[in-house]
Design a binder for this molecule. Structure first.
Ligand code: HPA
Length: 272
């Protein structure tokens, strides 16, 4: 793993003349933010040693490295999902690479189904906490003590200062914002109505098929994390209509202006 990590990091560094400080993981339909990065260097995942390849429609499968609001950033346009058949180690490999490149702050984004009935499609939700409902964990196996402790605390894995900062930015921009708990399921199926009822009883506000592994890995490695969900649809059983990936992509398309504005503002004044 460490050799693979070093080779991937060295390859990426060989293409760069700067050190990225902020990492961005862009979820389904949210990759457009990567197009706002100035003087970009693009690196396709397939060219990076030991990087897995993304297979989902709406995901580009490349790193975009450059400046956003004057800050050096590295963005993943497309992420790796557990449901694609990747191991938890594959899914979180890019987070390890970012850490090794010098990234201290990670902004993780996703499209998610609204579990909280007060939400509506198109809402943006700042993630205050998560429930790992994947039945797996990226930290299972030998612990890298250089990176973090064996039993990492997850009680503040979503940085409180960042939550407050993101809230302030949304308010300044007059962008309506929700806050809540993200439930990570494996997918690839959308949930049943009964499962959504259960997740609501358990305290979930939104549900998706990503984010949790990356956040656990980043938290373990001491990165500061901010999570933002785009509520792309109401979760199963809330509205009397079937869920489709097309709806997810359509909603993210419609909310992308707000999303880009908000993340730019967050980065512009991100507390160190
Ligand atoms: N469930 C799970 N994952 C999702 C959903 C959903 O309703 N919408 C977008 N990703």
């Amino acid at each position: 793993m460490n050799n693979h990590l070093n080779e991937a990091t060295t390859y990426i560094q060989s293409k760069l003349s700067m050190t990225p400080e902020i990492g961005l993981i862009l979820g389904s339909g949210l990759g457009v933010l990567g197009d706002a990065i100035e003087s970009p260097t693009f690196i396709d995942y397939k060219d990076i040693p030991h990087f897995p390849e993304s297979t989902v429609e709406g995901h580009k499968g490349r790193l975009v490295i450059g400046h956003l609001e004057g800050k050096p950033v590295i963005a993943m346009q497309g992420r790796f999902h557990y449901y694609e058949g990747y191991s938890m180690q594959d899914v979180t490999f890019p987070v390890h690479v970012m850490k090794q490149l010098g990234v201290a702050s990670l902004i993780v984004t996703n499209a998610a189904g609204g579990v909280n009935t007060a939400f509506k499609p198109g809402d943006l939700m700042i993630i205050t906490d998560h429930i790992n409902n994947m039945g797996d964990n990226p930290l299972i196996g030998p612990n890298d003590d250089q990176l973090g402790v064996r039993f990492p605390d997850m009680s503040q894995v979503y940085d409180r200062t960042y939550i407050d900062h993101a809230t302030t930015c949304a308010n300044e921009l007059n962008i309506p914002i929700q806050k809540g708990v993200y439930v990570g399921n494996t997918g690839p199926v959308y949930e049943t109505p009964a499962e959504i009822k259960m997740l609501r009883l358990l305290g979930g506000d939104a549900v998706g098929m990503s984010t949790v592994p990356e956040v656990i890995t980043a938290g373990h490695a001491g990165m500061r994390v901010l999570g933002i969900s785009c509520i792309s649809n109401m979760a199963a059983g809330i509205l009397d209509q079937p869920l489709t990936h097309d709806e997810v992509i359509e909603t993210t398309e419609y909310v992308k202006d707000h999303f880009i504005k908000l993340v730019k503002q967050i980065i512009h004044t991100l507390p160190q």
